[in-house]
Write a protein that binds this ligand. Structure first.
Ligand code: 1AE
Length: 404
């Protein structure tokens, strides 16, 4: 790692972007430079950041420039964890006027200290025995406060619809009526029963919650109870909590990252952290096997180029950790499947809550409608053609409309 550099790109505003980059490079590393005696400068030089370049994107009416600046930080300034990285390149700086963290390029020596996904796209496809189409996931819509029997009924209906994965709602923390380990055992039994009928395995992602110091222990108990996958609210707990789960040799199941809280970081053009880094690169590095993010078309839409870049960062084969599954989410219904396929290709998980449970025929038909839509796009058929032999798809298109 010695001598390696971490290149950080920021979007900011200044009269002189180069000077601003210089001030940040020094301020975020050794603190002051020109005032130091020569001997001190020599001693601190290995820790000093370096302004690399600036690129003006816009001249503003007040004489400032809006543009990108790039700074190299010595990799040795950081311990190999995302807490150190984010604090070191953006901690105090994030509060210092208009500045947005756009990207962090890490040297391979640094990346190697991270777990990355334990299973990744290939491992999950192998678990499910599906290699030739996008996967389909259903989200429990309402978990909180419901009797366990209602949840079992919901789970069975979702499973019967032919989905590959079912995930808890991310707000399911108070689970007094359907405790975490009981859900894992009981839904596991239902998944097995359905698999005997359909021949198709299903992964249930239970929401991993609790105090941060108990997470690994709870995850291990989940594995012992037969858990197939865990959902985790990464940003609420911190990337390092995910890192420690992914790096734990006893937690031998895929981890699914929910983007809850991401909207507190990314929507401003001038502040925060850009989504390709926030939900793409860092989630993968910390060990998420699947990552949910807002799709470009749904109810909480993300800019299309950003959503594509999130997916590109999750799957970039040049990065020396396994690929994570992109899960573009929110407001997805079967009529959007052709657009999802065109934009995100084969290696994605089509994910829907309302688009499954809101189907006029119920959740099982919701799953069937999506499966018919997915099979159609992979076979090069239109949804209208496929709807001729799939009543659930015809009903979904009548309710939500067809391709955009
Ligand atoms: C971006 C997160 C999406 C999510 O968590 C969720 O519950 C989506 O639900 P639907 O598909 O919009 O009903």
């Amino acid at each position: 790692m010695s001598g390696d550099r971490i290149r950080v790109t920021y979007l900011t505003q200044a009269k002189d972007l180069d000077k601003k980059a210089e001030a940040i490079a020094v301020g975020m590393t050794v603190g002051s430079w020109t005032d130091l005696p020569a001997a001190k400068q020599a001693e601190l030089h290995p820790y000093l950041g370096e302004a690399v370049s600036s690129e003006t994107l816009e001249e503003l009416p007040d004489g400032h420039k809006r543009g990108l600046i790039r700074i190299d930080y010595p990799a040795g300034n950081f311990t190999p964890d995302i807490a150190s990285l984010l604090t070191g390149v953006f901690g105090k700086l994030s509060m210092d006027g208009k500045i947005k963290l756009i990207d962090i390029k890490l040297p391979e020596s640094f990346v190697q200290a991270f777990p990355g996904p334990q299973f990744g796209i290939d491992g999950i496809c192998q678990k499910l025995g599906v290699h030739d189409r996008p996967l389909l996931m259903s989200i429990f819509k309402s978990c909180l406060g419901l009797p366990f029997d209602d949840l079992k009924t919901q789970f069975r209906a979702q499973a019967l619809g032919g989905v590959d994965l079912v995930k808890d709602d991310e707000i399911f923390f108070v689970d007094d009526k359907a405790p975490f380990l009981d859900r894992i055992r009981e839904f596991g039994k239902i998944a097995d029963e359905v698999a005997q009928q359909t021949g198709k395995p299903i992964l249930y992602a239970a929401n991993l919650t609790g105090p941060v110091h108990e997470l690994n222990e709870r995850a291990k108990r989940a594995v012992e109870a037969g858990a197939q996958c865990l959902l985790f609210n990464v940003l609420a707990y911190g990337y390092d909590a995910l890192h420690r789960l992914a790096a734990d040799p006893d937690i031998t199941i895929p981890l699914m990252a929910h983007p809850a809280l991401a909207g507190a970081y990314y929507p401003s053009p001038d502040y925060g952290i850009a989504t390709p880094l926030l939900l793409g690169k860092l989630m993968r590095l910390a060990g998420a096997d699947l990552v949910l993010f807002p799709s470009p078309y749904g109810s909480v839409a993300l800019d299309k180029q950003e959503a594509l870049q999130v997916a590109a960062n999750l799957t970039d084969s040049a990065v020396p950790v396994k690929q994570a599954f992109p899960v573009p989410s929110a407001g997805i219904h079967p009529g959007l499947v052709p657009q999802l396929y065109e934009d995100f290709g084969l290696q994605q998980v089509v994910n829907a809550g309302g688009g499954i449970h809101g189907h006029p025929g119920g959740a099982a038909d919701g799953g069937r409608a999506f499966r018919a839509a997915i099979d159609a796009v992979v076979a090069g058929q239109t949804l209208d053609e496929a709807a001729q032999s799939s009543q659930p798809l015809a009903a979904a298109l009548a309710k939500w409309g067809g391709p955009r």
